[in-house]
Design a protein. Structure first.
Length: 209
């Protein structure tokens, strides 16, 4: 069977996308704009600092020599030529370095902001009263170990709450079955035993004062 071309919709008016377009549509590189732009600004600030140091080290000595040398001397001609040569190549290279570092910063921050976004959604589900399923991190995530630790905690919490719900259901059934069969004493013992199981299940959860 021939594969369908990727697109949105079907028929004559269907919009088809290349692999690169589909890749860009599937990935949101700006997940947490505040965090990612702060990391970007920090990275660019370091680049600017290094470039300023290099510019001072390269241009200031030449400028001083040009200022102190005689105008028609061979040294002044050599220094001025060297100054113009550095000026014509240094700043394009500096802009290219800032561009590369900026793009790399966005890609790297995406590997941090993406997992944090997943954690935020997991905690929002928990706040709404739903214990979500764990979300496996991507291999490229920089905080994959932390995500795995949260997943282990969620798995443990899911198991504990499942035990609590099971103990509560058994206690509820024992209360509803009271008087339907057996003596009252036996029914009370069953209810007491179910209540103890529920208490043990709840004993796992503690609230810090």
């Amino acid at each position: 069977m021939a594969k369908k071309c990727p697109g949105i919709g079907e028929g004559v008016g269907a919009v088809k996308y290349s692999r690169m377009q589909l890749f860009l549509r599937r990935r949101r590189f700006i997940v947490n704009s505040k965090l990612q732009f702060r990391l970007l600004a920090t990275s660019l600030a370091y680049v600017v600092f290094v470039l300023v140091i290099l510019a001072v080290a390269l241009f200031v000595p030449l400028a001083i020599r040009m200022w102190t040398a005689e105008l028609d001397s061979p040294e002044a001609h050599i220094d001025s030529s060297l100054f113009l040569f550095l000026h014509s190549y240094f700043w394009p290279a500096a802009l290219l370095a800032m561009l590369v570092v900026g793009l790399h910063s966005l890609l790297t921050s995406h590997r941090i902001a993406g997992p944090l976004y997943i954690l935020q959604k997991l905690f929002e589900r928990i706040q709404s009263g739903t214990i979500p399923r764990p979300r496996a991190p991507r291999e490229s995530d920089l905080i994959a170990e932390e995500i795995n630790y949260v997943n282990q905690t969620i798995d443990l919490l899911r198991g504990r709450i499942s035990n609590i719900k099971l103990a509560y259901d058994e206690l509820d059934r024992a209360i509803l079955d009271e008087g339907s069969s057996g003596s009252e004493h036996d029914q009370l013992q069953i209810i007491k035993a179910k209540g103890q199981l529920l208490g043990e299940a709840l004993g796992y959860l503690e609230i810090e004062p």
